[in-house]
Design a protein around this ligand. Sequence first.
Ligand SMILES: Nc1ncnc2c1ncn2[C@@H]1O[C@H](COP(=O)(O)OP(=O)(O)OP(=O)(O)O)[C@@H](O)[C@H]1O
Length: 605
Amino acid sequence: MASFQDILKYYRRYRKASVFSIAASSAFEIIDLVVPYAIGQILNVLSGQSLDRGLQQFVNGTAAIAGQTPTPSFSLLVLMVIIFIVTVVRAPIQPWIGAWYHWEIALRARRDQTQKAIRKILTLPIEFYDENNPGRIAGRIARGLANHTWTYPEIAGQFIPKLFRVLGIFAIILSIEWRIAVLFAISFILILTVSFSKLKRLTDKEEVLDKHQESTESRTSEIVTNIKTVKAFATEASEFKRQSDRLNRELKTVLFSIHYGYVKLAMQQRTFIQICVFAVLVLTLWATVNGEISLGHFVTTLTISSMAYSELEPISNLGEVFARRYSSMIRFHEFMQRPLGKDAASITFHPSEPSPTYAFSGKLEFHNLSFGYSPERPVLQNIQLLIQPYETVALVGRSGSGKSTLIKLLCRYFEPNQGNILIDGQDIATLDITGYRKRLAIVHQEVDVFNGTLLDNLTYGNPIATFEQVKEACAIARVDEFIHMLPQGYHTVVGERGVRLSGGQRQRLGIARALLVEPDILIFDEATSSLDYESERAIQLAMRRIQGTRTTIIIAHRLSTVREADKIVVLEQGQIVEVGNHEQLLKHQGIYRRLHSLQETGELV
Ligand SMILES: Nc1ncnc2c1ncn2[C@@H]1O[C@H](COP(=O)(O)OP(=O)(O)OP(=O)(O)O)[C@@H](O)[C@H]1O
């Protein structure tokens, strides 16, 4: 669970600058109070009353140094110089010491934390992304970072200095008339305590609202991602209704629960503040009429106490803003505290510390491998398999039999519960994960295309590939067959803001991209499952050219894709039940034959 402490830790790196700038801003707020005090003293001089003792001594000392007599005119001159220093001289300094640092800290912290968030995104376990959609994750991070950035300058530059200002005011009033100071202190503490306790309750409601908003955003993002399905099932109206209901629910919470609460609080605060200001006026006037305080003190007390009460509203407004943002900041920290993937510790982020470079022949041994996503449900059991270098091995089996899971273990997205996987005789668990994964390449059913040129996408895994290498990979993967149809050839922008590639074209791009990293092990994860016959055929031809050049593992539902594999491994309920080539397995009256017959003739044998 994240807490307030985590919000403080967000700025920990800038602690010293933070303490300095908060102290400086607070000092400026207190210095500001010199003006009403000096004005009060000027009034005393003008009305023939004496200066305060301390000030009189200061004027006398200054007069002695200047070789002057401390006349009323000289006192006025000293007071004007003081006012000049704390107003005009201070003016150009304050923004540099206050505003500059507050924003610098907030902006630097945002850079740091955005880096951390990106690192987090890159190191969370892969199953996190199965359970959380991109809209929800992106929304949570963006809101959390933005709210931290806006909050810091307000709290460090305004909220805390204002509290110090109020303390300074209290000290001045105390030096003038203690009864007014007591009234002032009690009213202040009362207003702030009541306000903050109410804000605490509003924060809880804000948290509910934040969750509602996250769900709405998440669904909107799903609609965008799955728009084809929405349209195909003609569910526009129901999606619209669902989102409208959610927005109405949000509005109801924000308007009648949260906003109502803030307005009610503001009303109570204002009324109470005005009662207090009036009470101070009555008390101060009473003390002046009775000759207990001077006219100058009357003006000073009234001016600074109304200054103090006028600060109450901004202080509690800042508290309100903080309360509104609190839950999204906390939810950001909850995201940041999510446990990392098992591979996270060994992922290197520093290009200056490159991971070791491996080169394997591609011999793979699965030794007595067992695995389950949860302990009570084994998905793979006692897998024993040997894959020779340059061999092409197909994994087939019914849906849910564990084919993809085996690949996930090979890629080290998960660690096996029992047994191990050896590459060239070395346990993959002992290898540097980045160095090891660089020797693997995988072509998924859905090939991701990044926004950029086709060339950028091809060289994604190997940015230093030469154009000759790119062309060679494109020839093998049959990318060259469609490249001339693209307006700028290799330099055509594809992806989000560019030309849309078809499923088959994306697959071929995926294969060429995989080939360009020159992997020792190439994996096709249902690469042809969603393609039409012609595209499938093109991919099969590409695969045929790759066959024998490196260890290749093919997961396939369509058995036509795996017919030419050196070895076909049939999985059933997480266990290997048959191994052999196409002809051998057809002779065997087993699952492969049944699946094959089903696909060829549509009938079970
Ligand atoms: N992240 C996960 N968490 C929990 N269970 C999972 C997860 N991924 C897969 N499974 C379960 O593990 C089992 C094997 O799934 P796997 O994806 O490996 O099968 P598959 O043979 O590749 O299936 P398909 O051919 O349909 O892709 C299934 O019962 C599936 O529900």
